[in-house]
Each structure stands twice: as C-alpha cells, then as structure tokens.
Design a protein around this ligand. Structure first.
Ligand code: SF4
Ligand code: SF4
Length: 373
C-alpha cells in the first residue's frame, strides 16, 4: 500500500497527516491504550512515516474505536487519518476486500428487497432496529416495538441496513449511494424521526442523516414514566459501545433504565467517554483476529465476576466470547433468564429466518407469537 500524500493539498489523507504531524506532542498516551499504535507508533510518528513513505501502517488493523482521540491531550482525532487511509486504499484498489465478503453479504442481504421492510403509508416516527438485534433477538426486538408503540401509537418499524460496514471499510462512494436510497425511502413516507437500538445505526444517522431527528430507544423509554421494566435486584457491569462514547445522554438513559429495574451498576473502569472497543470495531476480526480478541478480553477482564450488559447486539456477540454478557433488552424484559445466562440468542442461519419472519409479521400487521423462539 502507498499512502504518501505527496503534498497534494485537499487529499483526505494528506490533510489528516498534516493535522496529526503538527498537533501530536508524541506524549504516548494513545499508544499505551492500543495494540495497533504499539505496533506502528504514536500518531505523530505514523504521520511522519506516511509523509516519508516508509513503515506504512495497515489501517485495516485499526478498530476505528476513537479511544486514541478520547485520551489525547491535544484533542487530535487520529481515527480520521486511519479511516481516510482505508478510503484511499479502496479508491486505489490496493486492498483485497474479499476477506470481508461475509460482512459485505450480510449488509447486502439486510438492504435487499427480500429482507428490508418499509410501511406502506406515511408516518412521522419509526423504530429502526438494525440488522443484528432482530436477527439474534426477534422477541426482544418486538418487545421494544410494543413498548415504543404505547408511547407513540403511530410508530412504525423499518427494517434495513444502515451500511455502517461499508462506511467503515472505506467504501465511501458505495456507502453514500446506498444510504441516499434509504434516505429517499424514508422521506417519501414523511418520516422525520428515527429511533434506533443499535449504536452503529445511531452514528450513521447522526452523521449523515441531517434530515432526521435521531434518538435511541433507550432515551425514549428512560424518560417515559409509563415504561416499567421487569423488576430484578442484581448487579451488572455496563459496557458502553464505542460509537456512543461521546453520547452522555444515551449512557445515562441506559443506567436509568437499569436502575428502574432494580439493578445496581458497579463502577467498571474504562466506560463512558473512555470506553473500549468490544473487538467488533472496524471489522478487524476479519483481518487481525488477535487485535480484535485482545479488545474483547481486556473488557471482559475489567468486568471481573460481574455479568456485563451492553446496548449493542454486536458488542454482546463479541464480548460473549470471553465473558458473561447480556443485551439490555434481555435484562429489561426477561431479567431472570438473562441473569441465569438462559436468554434466547439465535445464531446464523437462524438469524436470517428470524428477520424474514419479523418482516412477515410486520407485513401482515399481526401480533401472533407462535413463531417467536
Ligand atoms: S481508533 Fe482505536 S484501534 Fe484505532 S488507533 Fe485509535 S485507539 Fe487504536
Ligand atoms: S495522545 Fe495525542 S498527542 Fe499524545 S501521542 Fe497520541 S496523538 Fe500524539
């Protein structure tokens, strides 16, 4: 790969290289947090190497978690450099995306006519559960929907993929094209407000969906006095997903919901703004499983003996490889099962069937429960 910006002003990589070269004091704080930076050096060193055309970092080993930016005393955002490098690799055709084909197929399936679903009429607000939550936990997805409809009876559900995988792989043109197709479908129906369950969907809509008000279902449920989660007295360690590291209100809402249930949330290190990647970020697991696994293990070790709870179905999947973890929906709606480690979580290929059945349920407008696992 070649990332030498060759002094071309306006090149995304060149601009980011200069920002990081000029701004980095080489304090080493970011490097102490991250295996990728330990391998290639702190951001200023990486920027200098790129400019000199030597010792190129592989940006596809960076999880795009932005922990480096969160801890940087100079308020740099090194993740912007690594994402720009990914985009340049895709544009130049110097990266073999074949290794990500399962992820790209997953995204394509979610966006297909067969799997996506839009209401036939118009509505103002939708619940957008993403791909992984309805696939792995259709019953929990429906419970979120039912409770949101109690607050707003006109709410509808939309099934589609936000295309965060392509965004993070650096397929920017492809991402923009597909995202605009989705935006068009939403606007045609008069939709102006999107309630998401997935932190990745939140980040995409918040950054690119300026036509919409974007909130999480956790905020909406936490501020509604009528919502009563199932009671349970227990202790959980909260893992904040890294796409929401700067979303204090969402983080607080999750803790309010858990407290409403009766849960105590022990103070785990590296949460909130300084939260860690779960291992899924940047699709690093497809390329450097060691780096991805190290993130998951680090988080699980910090939880100690406590069961973790998170509000991202993807995080739950990755953290579950090393420790006890529940999605917040399981904890709010079926706490006994969740705390006993007996929640129903589907795996591929059942996840695809679940999404088709959910779509069928929406298209028939029925509330039958017979298909639910
Ligand atoms: S974004 Fe995350 S993985 Fe990438 S360099 Fe920063 S801390 Fe490391
Ligand atoms: S924390 Fe910031 S200033 Fe320190 S080495 Fe990293 S990028 Fe440079």
């Amino acid at each position: 790969m070649s990332f030498a910006p060759r002094g071309q002003p306006g090149s995304e990589v060149a601009d980011e290289v200069r920002k990081n070269l000029n701004g980095c004091s080489q304090c080493g704080v970011c490097e102490s947090q991250c295996l990728f930076l330990k391998k290639y050096g702190s951001t200023g060193i990486i920027a200098g190497n790129i400019l000199a055309g030597r010792d190129m970092p592989d940006p596809f080993e960076c999880s795009l978690c932005n922990l480096c930016g969160a801890v940087c005393p100079e308020e740099l955002s090194p993740v912007d450099l690594f994402l720009a490098m990914r985009r340049q690799s895709v544009t130049e055709g110097s990266v073999d995306l074949a290794r990500y084909s399962p992820l790209i197929k997953y995204e394509k399936t979610g966006h297909s006519d067969l799997f996506s679903w839009y209401p036939s009429g118009s509505c103002r607000t939708i619940f957008f559960p993403g791909c992984t939550l309805p696939g792995t936990r259709p019953k929990i997805t429906w419970k979120f929907f039912e409770n949101l409809k109690k607050i707003d009876p006109d709410l509808e559900m939309v099934l589609d993929c936000c295309h965060k995988p392509s965004h993070d792989l650096g397929r920017q043109n492809f991402f923009m094209e597909r995202f605009q197709v989705m935006v068009q479908k939403l606007k045609e129906r008069g939709i102006s407000k999107i309630l998401v369950a997935c932190p990745n969907c939140f980040k995409i809509f918040a950054n690119y969906g300026s036509d919409f008000t974007v909130r999480t279902v956790y905020q909406v449920l936490a501020e509604n006095n009528g919502f009563k989660p199932a009671p349970y007295a227990g202790t959980l360690a909260v893992h904040d997903p890294c796409p929401l590291r700067y979303q204090d209100e969402v983080q607080t809402s999750v803790r309010i919901l858990l407290a409403k249930s009766g849960f105590q949330t022990g103070k785990m290190k590296e949460t909130g703004k300084n939260t860690l990647c779960c291992g899924e970020g940047g699709a690093v697991a497809f390329h450097n499983p060691g780096f991805a696994g190290a993130w998951s293990l680090r988080r699980s070790n910090l939880a100690g003996d406590h069961r973790m709870v998170t509000y991202c179905a993807g995080c739950a999947g990755f953290l579950g490889r090393h420790g006890k973890v529940s999605h917040i929906g399981e904890v709010l709606f079926e706490p006994e099962k969740a705390m006993a480690g007996k929640s129903s979580v589907s795996k591929t290929p059942a996840t695809y069937l679940n999404r088709l059945l959910l779509k069928r349920r929406l298209s028939k407008g029925k509330r039958r429960k017979s298909w639910l696992p």
